[in-house]
Design a protein around this ligand. Structure first.
Ligand code: FER
Length: 245
């Protein structure tokens, strides 16, 4: 494992690169955590190990206001995350050992994967959104962030829940994002992995996504929740099998 920082226009992004044993040249997957998440969460580590098992190097990176990266959580927005992810993609493209590039992310990181997949469609062989929270923009337009309600036409200074605080700018930014545009721009393979008992991001969103993409498959994890806490091994197997095939 190598640990370092990637510069994103002056914001330092904490990153770790794990290469499979004996790896000299080969594919690399960028892997991103979700909202309030970080790169050491069980489901992120399980995904990373499964990719490594299948001969894929993994670059985990933490986005603005999360983990060991710069920025305060309450100041993060999806535009900042998009800018960060573009910097990570740019960095990954300079690595001399990379043959093919993949992008994967969980939840808000899965939404990011869908956005950046469309924006950088030429760069990725495939993308793997895990429980992607792609309803965030739609819900932000309706006045709801993760169950915290507000008037969507008169955005408050901040939105506060028991466990986090977001600025009004998070909502302003989220309201402008139209994920369907970026879905339409990515025609290469998409592998969506989603627990069908997810209460944070309903499984119906995965069923909708798989229809909207030109070339997508949905791998359901039966009875599992948002972070795959019941069947982490099945989520890992799905990733391992995809890359081995
Ligand atoms: C929301 C619904 C789900 C939301 C975030 C999530 C910020 C999930 C995020 C994650 O787990 O990454 O409305 O708003």
């Amino acid at each position: 494992m190598e640990e370092f920082y990637i510069d994103s226009d002056g914001t330092k992004l904490h990153a770790k690169l794990d290469r499979p044993e004996g790896f000299e040249r080969g594919p690399l997957c960028i892997l991103i955590h979700g909202f309030t998440g970080h790169m050491e969460e069980d489901h992120i580590i399980a995904a990373q190990k499964a990719m490594n098992d299948a001969g894929v190097a993994v670059l985990r990176a933490e986005m603005y206001g999360h983990g060991g990266s710069d920025g305060r959580f309450s100041d993060h927005t999806l535009y900042k995350w998009v800018t960060n992810a573009l910097a990570v993609v740019r960095y990954a493209k300079t690595l001399p050992f990379v043959t093919e590039l993949y992008l994967s992310g969980h939840s808000q990181g899965g939404l990011l994967t869908m956005l950046v997949g469309g924006m950088c469609a030429d760069d990725f062989a495939a993308i793997l959104p895990l429980s992607p929270a792609w309803m965030i923009p739609e819900m932000a337009r309706e006045g709801n962030v993760l169950g915290a309600m507000y008037d969507p036409k008169h955005i408050p200074e901040k939105v506060v829940s028991d466990s986090w605080e977001l600025s009004g700018d998070y909502i302003r930014v989220a309201q402008t994002i139209h994920v369907e545009d970026e879905i339409a721009r990515f025609e290469k393979p998409v592998v969506i992995i989603h627990g069908d008992a997810d209460e944070t991001v309903p499984y119906s969103y995965a069923e909708k996504t798989v229809k909207l993409y030109k070339n997508a498959q949905l791998i359901p994890i039966h009875g599992d929740d948002h972070c795959f806490t019941k069947h982490l091994d099945q989520m890992a197997d799905a990733i391992r099998n995809y890359f081995r095939q």
